[in-house]
Design a protein around this ligand. Structure first.
Ligand SMILES: [Cu+2]
Length: 384
């Protein structure tokens, strides 16, 4: 495409600048250098698989916690369509408090099970946040949606590649949800995205159409990303990022379907076969989570400011779903956690009392409050 346009210009034998291109060429897509975005670190699916097999050889199939007698009847099937609600054996403190009706929580519907009307309302809710003023308290943010992006950018060192990753991002998605509901009047069920069904063909998903999150162009032959110029988010300027900076840039994407192809049910399961929270977390973070980010490319491939692409939240709803499915494998997985809460040496161990915060965007909470999605702080399940 770019080559063709250049040839035309040369044939025309005129100096081509942005100001002199003929009208027919004017609408050409704007490309953007991907080097500024970097990428998320990864482990290979093969490594996750061989480690899962080694674990199975040692431990046998299925969750391997001992000393939880009440769990023995709950471990039967974490692939069932009702797996996300099949966790009723242990009452959490929150559920005991009675504020979440565990039989009637909010349901997050997979995008394919979400109505056309709800899809439109969801996208419009995000657009509404982008059209609202920033509170002014978040570096670089020029609108309310960017307040969220800025929080992620600023907290990046404390929320990635450590035990906080899954719990903090669960809280972050909840913060996003509360902004949508409280400030943009969004009053529908939330969606999630089963990326494993779109592995290797993300660009064909109905998510990536003008009605929804806009197109997902491929990485160009010379390795560049493409600015999204159509749909609800077409022509968007991002002010937070890339990286830790604040440089105006477009909402760009650059799909690499060889990377999205690795976001398979097998990869998710291989990670979820790990019985230690922090082992599972590391595998998910550097595995399906990282490949989804890098696969969509450009803004999404950038660790700090990737929420600048609104599809970030669909991706993290998927990551949270995988976490919840792992938790369904054993009742103790909503009440215990392990790993490092910081980067100190030796590190501070994460506990149920570790505080999760959003730089004041929404009230702080604790790890313990978000561990059970059917507690009192959170009250949702996934439709499967
Ligand atoms: Cu993140």
């Amino acid at each position: 495409m770019r080559f063709t346009l250049t040839s035309h210009a040369l044939v025309g034998a005129v100096a081509v600048s942005a100001l002199t291109v003929p009208r027919s060429v004017e609408k050409r897509l704007t490309h953007i250098d991907l080097a500024q975005f970097g990428s998320f670190p990864t482990i290979s699916p093969e490594q996750a698989h061989s480690e899962a097999e080694a674990l199975t050889a040692i431990l046998g199939d299925g969750p391997q916690f001992s000393g939880h007698k009440s769990n023995t009847n709950t471990n039967t099937n974490n692939k069932s369509p009702v797996a996300a609600v099949d966790d009723t054996t242990t009452e959490s403190e929150a559920a005991a408090a009675g504020t979440c009706d565990r039989n009637n929580p909010a349901v997050r519907f997979e995008w394919r099970n979400y109505s056309a009307d709800d899809k439109k309302a969801f996208v419009n809710g995000i657009k509404c946040l982008m059209d609202k003023d920033s509170s002014g308290s978040f570096p670089g943010a020029k609108n309310r949606y960017e307040d969220l992006v800025s929080v992620h950018q600023q907290l990046t060192p404390t929320i990635h590649q450590r035990a906080t990753f899954l719990v903090w991002h669960r809280y972050y998605v909840h913060v996003f949800e509360s902004l949508m509901r409280e400030e943009c009047g969004f009053n529908r069920a939330f969606p999630w995205w089963d990326e494993t069904l779109d592995a290797g063909k993300f660009a064909q998903s109905d998510l990536f159409t003008d009605e929804h999150f806009g197109p997902l162009p491929g990485k160009t032959s010379d390795g560049q990303g493409t600015c999204i110029d159509t749909g609800t988010f077409g022509g968007l300027t991002l002010h937070v990022g890339p990286g830790s900076g604040f440089t105006d840039h477009c909402l760009a994407r650059a799909v690499d379907e060889s990377l999205t192809a690795t976001v398979s049910a097998q990869f998710v399961q291989d990670c979820n076969s790990r019985t230690s929270y922090d082992d599972m977390r590391g595998c998910q973070e550097l595995g399906p989570h990282a490949y989804g980010h890098n696969g969509v490319g450009a803004v999404m491939a950038e660790v700090q400011a990737s929420p600048g692409d609104p599809v970030f939240f669909m991706h993290h709803l998927f990551v949270d779903h995988s976490f919840r499915i792992w938790q369904n494998g054993d009742a103790s997985r909503t009440t215990t956690i392990n790993g490092c809460a910081d980067g100190n040496n030796p590190c501070t161990a994460i506990t149920m009392d570790t505080v999760l915060h959003s730089n004041g965007l929404r009230p702080n909470t604790t790890v313990g409050a978000v561990m059970d999605t059917l507690g009192d702080y959170l009250c949702y399940r996934y439709d499967y």
